[in-house]
Design a protein around this ligand. Sequence first.
Ligand code: CDP
Ligand code: CDP
Length: 231
Amino acid sequence: MQKITIAIDGYSSTGKSTVAKQLADHLGYVYVDSGAMYRAVTLYAMQKGIISKKHFDVEKLKKSLSEIHLKFHKEAAWNKAHIFLNGKDVEDKIRNLEVSEFVSPIATIHEVRAKLVAQQQQMGLEKGVVMDGRDIGTVVFPRAELKIFMNASAEERAQRRYKELLARGEKIHLDEVLKNIQERDHIDTTRADSPLLQAKDAIVIDNSEMNLQDQFHTVLQLAKDRIAGRI
Ligand code: CDP
Ligand code: CDP
């Protein structure tokens, strides 16, 4: 059967990665979490003292980019591919609130985006890929056969992320999570390079009132219709 490219963009904690992963598993496609790549670059910048609460050395980050090597590895024991930063599995280190606080400023830097977009496009060369992020349908794969744009209220999204972080053992408050989500929404939608915006040909799904199952069935139906040429 003909393979297509599926781009899933939208705001933080709208369920993009959950639905993208389910869809890829169901269709036998590759799933790529592009946000994990921006998070891994952020972790590198934090570890090297390039970014902190007090300063952000943009020039040093640009010079360091050639030393940053990212790779996804999949193993049967894991539910989803893990991201490796310079040979080290950092999947578990990139999801905390600290990385979330620095990732959007890092993602404004043109040179960072150019490097990651080139790698993402390489991963999608053979189609049969579901990628989620902020600029997948607009910049990475502007000719993707199916583009989904996901949204939900900020309060609902914060509740979802809060529960997730609590389950990981993080000691945080709901207010901090909501603030981080609102700040990232702002930076991501207003940056000069590849801002988060809905592609003209994207199908919008607001899942504030949808559970994971409803959301998956809605997106799967769209993918099946697109593959069969019905839409
Ligand atoms: O999971 P969550 O939606 O919170 O975030 P993510 O998908 O892991 O992305 C983290 C951050 O990386 C976003 O807030 C953006 O600043 C940036 N990002 C981006 O600029 N472009 C992408 N394609 C993916 C993520
Ligand atoms: O990738 P993104 O940041 O858009 O979201 P996610 O990581 O897939 O989902 C964030 C959290 O919200 C996860 O714990 C999901 O299980 C939950 N979620 C939900 O409960 N209901 C939805 N309709 C969508 C996501």
